[in-house]
Ligand binder design. Sequence first.
Ligand SMILES: NC(=O)c1ccc[n+]([C@@H]2O[C@H](COP(=O)([O-])OP(=O)(O)OC[C@H]3O[C@@H](n4cnc5c(N)ncnc54)[C@H](OP(=O)(O)O)[C@@H]3O)[C@@H](O)[C@H]2O)c1
Length: 439
Amino acid sequence: MTDALKVGIAGLGTVGASLVKIIQSRASELATTCGRPIEITAVTARNRSRDRGFDMSGMAWFDTPEKLAAEADIDVFVELVGGANGAAADSVRTALQRGLHVVTANKALLAASGVELAKIAEEKGALLNFEAAVAGGIPVIKALRESLTGNTISRVYGIMNGTCNYILTKMEKEGLSFAECLKEAQRLGYAEADPAFDIEGNDTAHKLAILTTLAFGTKIAADEIYLEGITNISIDDIHAASDLGYRIKLLGVAQRTESGIEQRVHPTMVPHDSVIAQVDGVTNAVAIESDILGELLMVGPGAGGNATASAVLGDIADIAKSQPGAQRVPVLGTPAAALADYRRAQMRSHEGGYFIRLTVADRAGVFASVATRMAENAISLESIVQRAKPSEADSDKTIILVTHATTEAAIRKAVDAIKQETYLVGEPQVIRIERPKAF
Ligand SMILES: NC(=O)c1ccc[n+]([C@@H]2O[C@H](COP(=O)([O-])OP(=O)(O)OC[C@H]3O[C@@H](n4cnc5c(N)ncnc54)[C@H](OP(=O)(O)O)[C@@H]3O)[C@@H](O)[C@H]2O)c1
């Protein structure tokens, strides 16, 4: 058997500690499948004295990730610290400059600096693997980077944030408010004390930016994503969606269009009978539509120590099996130097169906006026219903519209026109509808 693969791990938290325990407990199986043993020879975290539930003897301790990356006697540097800048970014750069292979689960770092890091890795002949950075344990990076080579991809979309999906599922199943479900998610450890990053959609956006690059061969453009979180979703929206045969999910969608590539993260109505609508709780799902294969849908655990460590371990095993000096798969699917500039499709030209919920005063002619504003903008309606709102004053009614495919520009114009009307009470709610192709 060849020499052991020497691994240094920076970050021994939820993912890092799970990874160490898995590698230690399956040492002999891993040595057999990888053709060589995998040995953790160096580690670092902030607190050296914390008991992490595994034996650290035989592992050299380094005081910082940067020192470990620069000085440790290792073949692979595993970054599980997190954050777009600081120790994570500096240590990954240092390791790659040294020609070490790197494995990371850090989507924030890749969204900010992925192309730059890929360039360094490719210049140095090193591997930079990041399966765990998107949708946790689901092997979507490998699918896009390797398995779908030759396919032209038209759309990638998915549920990529377990916290948001947990909240939306719980709101629907238990009829609770957004605030109540968020509190419960925090109590169960699904949401951070400051949950803004998840519920405002930024976390999904980072993951989407990475998928867009792999799918379309364009430079990472995380700042060019249309972003709407789930904080505005009310129980009324969820009930109305359900009555109409839809569920609301926070989706990240990247789509090739004639005017460029759309990248958008927003609450989305998906048909109740689609598979993605059935993905509940903290589970993730990613769908890929391509010309040769058709539609691929992967569903699985998107977070958690073991699920994430499973993806990190797969990346380490790939390195263990790789031959020194062998031709490398480009880090981002396309060689970093050959990535095309990202051409952003304007959100106003997005085409699709829309759900609109209006609270209006109970006056004669309101229903007809709303229908007229839609017709003036050439928006054709799948349905329009009016109901009394039991939770509001008797004088208020709700009008719910579902449109056939139209443009975002037309919807905005129609909604702006309705906003000028005196019968409108409060802000209109507009939610885009996404239709899976196959499942
Ligand atoms: N948790 C998940 O389910 C999940 C899923 C997918 C991807 N990820 C990604 O995986 C990475 C790690 O996440 P995690 O949940 O394991 O985080 P975590 O539990 O907060 O662990 C972070 C680890 O990094 C160490 N650390 C933080 N700052 C450091 C510094 N400046 N110098 C040295 N060590 C430092 C911490 O040390 P101490 O332990 O001493 O404080 C801790 O061991 C992140 O990029 C995250 O986005 C996580």
